[in-house]
Structure formats: structure tokens, C-alpha cells
Design a protein around this ligand. Structure first.
Ligand SMILES: [Zn+2]
Length: 232
């Protein structure tokens, strides 16, 4: 996920990246333990998200490993985490790991990037339950493509809604682009969405929403700072 500056260049420090498999976490941990310089470089260059992605759960998930990795970064968030009811991981397993990670995010005051597929109503119920009891957290719904009704519920939770070119396709994309307020928009370049960077996404969003591209870019940059850099 990236955002751009209004000049069109991609400032590297405004990039966020996720890693999310148990195997990746172990490999990264070994790497970082041996290389403090690398850790320092990454700390200055981008926001790092780690989390157990619902599509890659294999029973090796360990919250302490996750927490120690999050602690290694100045600007860290949990992600991608969530529910993916198209993948084969049993729903109950996904739900348990998701809830544990949301709890970890709350305890550590971290934001969370959510990957949700065919499970938006259930996710909104879970989040409303948590927010009602323990207060909210910073949320980014990655690859946002859903109805206005679902979008409205996420917006009530003050979530940022992140879109790539795939999400902006067709009628649904047009509807969303016109509906998502600038205060909640983020642009993403996900490798699964092809090579188009955040700049192309911003330009497409601007075209569909009828708002100037520079205004959209400025809004996305502000939102990025709030979501990932703890700026108010
Ligand atoms: Zn995803």
C-alpha cells in the first residue's frame, strides 16, 4: 500500500508494507536479529505491518513472536489480518486468530489493516462489539469494494477505505469513488492488482469522483499520516 505526494513522486517514507505468513515472520526475525542496520534502515524508510493473514494460517501462529516483531519497528501496524471466506482456512480458526490480533492491536495502541473477503457483515459486528466495550482503533480496510451500505458501517467506525485500480472498476467502483469521503480515502498498489502504482489509482479515483487529483493526493497523504505515522 502506498500513497503519493501531490507532485506525483512516490516518497518512500510514505509506503506501508505487510508481511503475513508464520514462516515469513520466523525468517524475518532471524534476519533482523542479525542485522540491526537493516532494521534501522527500514525504520526510517517505511511503515512495517506484520500480522497473520487469514489465507495463510497453518497452526504456527504465535502472538509473542508477532508482538516482538512489531516492537522492533518505530512505526508498525498489524496487518493484513481479517477474515477471508473464499480461502480454505476454517472459519472458526480465522475468527480466533483475527480476534487475538485485534486484541493485540488494542493493547499496543496500533492500527490494523484488514483483509476481508465475503465477511464484511461479520467483521462489522465484531468491530462494533469491540469498539463498544474497549474503544476504537485505527483501521484501514484494504481492497475496499463493497456496497454503500457496508461502506457506511465502516465509516461509522472511522475506518480508512483503501482502493486500488481493481476496486475502482465498473459500476461498483464508480459508486464507491463518489461515496467515500476524502477524509477516509487511501490508495494502494497491491502486487495482486498489477503494476500500477498509487499515482495511477489516485488519478483514476479523481476522474471517477470528479475531484481534482491533487486534492485527492493531499487527502490521501494526510490520511496516511494519521493511519500509519500517528499524526493527528
Ligand atoms: Zn489482502
Amino acid at each position: 500500500m502506498q500513497t503519493l505526494d501531490a507532485g506525483g513522486a512516490l516518497p518512500f517514507y510514505k509506503a506501508a508494507a505487510c508481511v503475513y505468513k508464520a514462516q515469513d515472520l520466523s525468517a524475518l526475525k532471524a534476519l533482523f536479529q542479525g542485522d540491526a542496520r537493516l532494521c534501522g534502515l527500514l525504520n526510517n524508510a517505511l511503515c512495517v505491518g506484520v500480522g497473520y493473514h487469514p489465507a495463510f494460517l497453518n497452526g504456527d501462529e504465535n502472538l509473542e513472536t508477532l508482538e516482538s516483531f512489531l516492537n522492533a519497528f518505530k512505526s508498525a501496524f498489524i496487518g493484513e489480518i481479517g477474515l477471508d471466506y473464499v480461502c480454505e482456512t476454517p472459519h472458526e480458526t480465522q475468527r480466533a486468530v483475527f480476534l487475538n490480533q485485534l486484541e493485540l492491536a488494542l493493547q499496543n495502541g496500533l492500527g490494523a489493516v484488514l483483509h476481508i473477503v465475503k465477511a464484511h457483515a461479520e467483521t462489522i459486528d465484531i468491530l462494533k462489539g469491540i469498539f463498544g466495550v474497549k474503544g476504537g482503533m485505527k483501521l484501514c480496510i484494504h481492497a475496499s469494494r463493497f456496497s454503500k451500505d457496508i461502506a457506511r458501517e465502516y465509516l461509522k467506525l472511522n475506518a480508512f477505505l483503501s482502493v486500488g485500480l481493481r476496486e475502482l472498476k465498473g459500476e461498483k467502483g464508480l459508486e464507491l469513488a463518489k461515496y467515500i469521503p476524502l477524509e477516509n480515502i487511501l490508495f494502494e498498489s497491491d502486487s495482486s492488482l498489477g503494476e500500477a502504482g498509487a499515482l495511477a489509482v489516485c488519478e483514476e479515483f479523481a476522474k471517477l469522483s470528479g475531484i481534482g487529483a491533487e486534492i485527492c493526493a493531499e487527502a490521501a497523504n494526510r490520511n496516511f499520516s494519521k493511519m500509519f505515522l500517528n499524526e493527528s
